[in-house]
Design a protein around this ligand. Sequence first.
Ligand code: SAJ
Length: 420
Amino acid sequence: MSFEKISVIGLGYIGLPTAAVFASRKKNVIGVDVNKKAVDTINRGEIHIVEPDLDMIVHAAVTEGYLKAVTVPEPADAFLIAVPTPFKGDHEPDLGYIESASKAIAPVLKKGDLVILESTSPVGATEQMAAWMAEARPDLTFPQTHGEGSDIRVAHCPERVLPGHVLRELVQNDRVIGGMTTKCSDKAAALYKTFVEGECVVTNARTAEMCKLTENSFRDVNIAFANELSIICDKLDINVWELIRLANRHPRVNILQPGPGVGGHCIAVDPWFIVSKTPEQARLIRTAREVNDSKPEWVLDKVKLAVADFLQANPEKTAREVTIACFGLAFKPDIDDLRESPSLKIAENIINMHAGDVLLVEPNIHALPEGRRGILVGLDSALEMADIVVLLVDHNEFNGIHKKGRPTVKVIDTRGIWAN
Ligand code: SAJ
């Protein structure tokens, strides 16, 4: 099975690295995105997202002529759809981007083509995608009606890479290949073997969909356990980080770390895809989401208490004279990604509720995104000025710096890097 031309639809955090890695293996890759600005940026050999080393490999791929970006799909032998799957309303999955992408490629599909859905999706989405394409192309046959004899092969191969380590994990991780039929799986596995050094493990499309959701739900439930423990320990006056370290010395215990909540666009979203399909059954998964989603409120209550304590200890001051510094805005350590960040949410709530100055420290960004309020300051000035410090992200730069703060500073450490 040879793939002369590969098309990747959606040139975001997953699609662009995937397109670039195929191109680095000297495959002709057409990247498709509706965002003209992103397309122009890529065609200049530059990138519009932050991911270590991605700039280099995109630059090489474009200058060597293996990667080009367009806004309208062109014919190819394989199409990989890597578009967002957010939720809408009451945490219902929104398949709108998959629908538009599959309808956009339908006109250029030809007999023998392979279509892969990479976007994290609720169970049944791959079949739905195949149905949309079949509706648009009655002249072609699809696996849902023609099984192994179909003209078009369709599979779900979820991405599982960790932001910040995408290029390494794309190549090294095992890949779950969920074809709608065995021949669909075989063809998809052959495509990924172009660059995947991990194992390509074959299953069906529904299991592959559920597998991805399960991985992120597993992590969410485990983080919720740690977050709940931190609230319990706070009540019982126990250092939760010491407790977890001790418990983790048991050979079969491995508790994750509490924090200010769970952010990003995967772990805080994907478990809802299970809950929305099976609301009666997914009780623990739903509760874990609720525990993690409520953690920012708990941190805000801690901040309110700290302000009240500070004013009680300094009766000559008013709330307006109390300066709060928030350390970290990203959704996790050592990245610049603010999307769905509980830290950003907490900082914004502090700005809204507090009468005095609120300083924001985020070493990984130079400016706040448009429309976001707050004063970005350097680490040292924040420490000099703050009466209350709220540590929200365990960025490397923050290790040990609490000792440089004022002797009277009150510290709320949501990540436990200063607590020990
Ligand atoms: N977090 C904690 N405590 C922990 C670990 C994480 O509070 O002990 C928080 C982080 O601070 C962050 C959130 O959880 O706010 C998620 O961070 P993460 O590093 O756990 O995961 P993501 O969202 O960056 O990437 C996940 C990964 N999934 C798993 O590890 C099972 C990645 O492999 C997936 O490809 C990615 O989701 C995705 O795209 O679905």
